[in-house]
Ligand binder design. Structure first.
Ligand SMILES: Nc1ncnc2c1ncn2[C@@H]1O[C@H](COP(=O)(O)OP(=O)(O)O)[C@@H](O)[C@H]1O
Ligand SMILES: [Mg+2]
Length: 241
């Protein structure tokens, strides 16, 4: 069984492999047609060149991101201890991973609190939580065109200081009865292959472990925002003392 972070990387790699495979199928089709047409069709040649360039770019991006993050994050998976974390740094790392499998037409925007307060937690688990939220946001944008905004914000509440991590999408949104069920293990509205109904239960359990709470704001056709609010580091110490 792979470690969680390696599973995330494996899921991304598998998405990329799927995209590359589709490109290769297109190239194969063009090549077959080219052979049949005697090899003088410039449009087909151009399409093949585009496919090859896109495939090469995908591989380059995967290589860059792996070099930047995977050795650091996979190595740190040995370290399961809680530590003081910079949430913005984690967001940048996860978004870099998510962007390489971004489908055309879906944009990921960052809106980060310039001096976000530190939080105390498991780095890999918080990254896993965020990756699950981004995956759901992607899936919700059925049209293939939309924006996912990942933001962080320092908030002073009457009961303490919070660092809120939010993922907002312009996807299909949810009816209130669906929102009620989303944290139930096994609940999914996706086809068998696409959904297992385990993403948000994992998000919930990670949030609970960090004494964070989750807010969901969604309406059909209006998109969805999921906010996970962590106690700032000093607040976390106060809760546990
Ligand atoms: N951003 C979102 N937009 C719309 N629906 C969502 C979103 N996130 C979660 N959901 C709903 O919650 C369900 C459960 O999500 P999750 O636990 O991640 O399982 P899965 O993604 O495998 O279906 C999804 O099937 C979907 O109906
Ligand atoms: Mg999911």
């Amino acid at each position: 069984m792979l470690k969680p972070e390696a599973q995330d990387l494996a899921a991304i790699a598998s998405g990329l492999a799927h995209d590359l495979n589709n490109l290769l199928l297109v190239l194969q089709g063009c090549l077959d047609l080219l052979r049949l047409s005697g090899g003088n069709d410039n449009v087909l040649l151009e399409n093949m060149q585009k496919g090859i360039t896109e495939g090469t770019n995908l591989c380059r991006r995967l290589g860059e991101v792996c070099r930047q993050h995977s050795s650091r994050t996979v190595l740190s998976s040995v370290d399961r201890e809680m530590s003081v974390l910079d949430i913005n740094q984690m967001v940048r790392c996860v978004v870099d991973l998510a962007i390489i499998k971004a489908r055309n037409g879906i944009e990921i925007d960052l809106e980060l609190e310039p001096d976000s307060w530190p939080v105390f937690g498991h780095e890999l688990e918080i990254k896993r939580l965020l990756l699950n939220l981004i995956e759901n946001a992607y899936d919700a944008i059925y049209s293939g065109f939309g924006v996912i905004r990942v933001s962080t914000e320092n908030i002073c509440r009457p009961y303490g200081r919070q660092v809120c991590l939010s993922v907002r999408d312009t996807g299909i949104g949810m009816e209130p009865p669906v929102v009620k069920k989303i944290f139930t293990p096994g609940f999914t509205t996706k086809s068998d292959a696409a959904g297992h109904g385990l993403g948000l239960p994992v998000v919930k359990s990670i949030a609970e472990k960090h004494k964070a709470y989750i807010e969901v704001d969604s309406a059909p056709g209006q998109g969805t925002e999921v906010r996970v609010c962590f106690p700032a580091f000093e607040e976390h110490q106060a809760i546990n003392s």
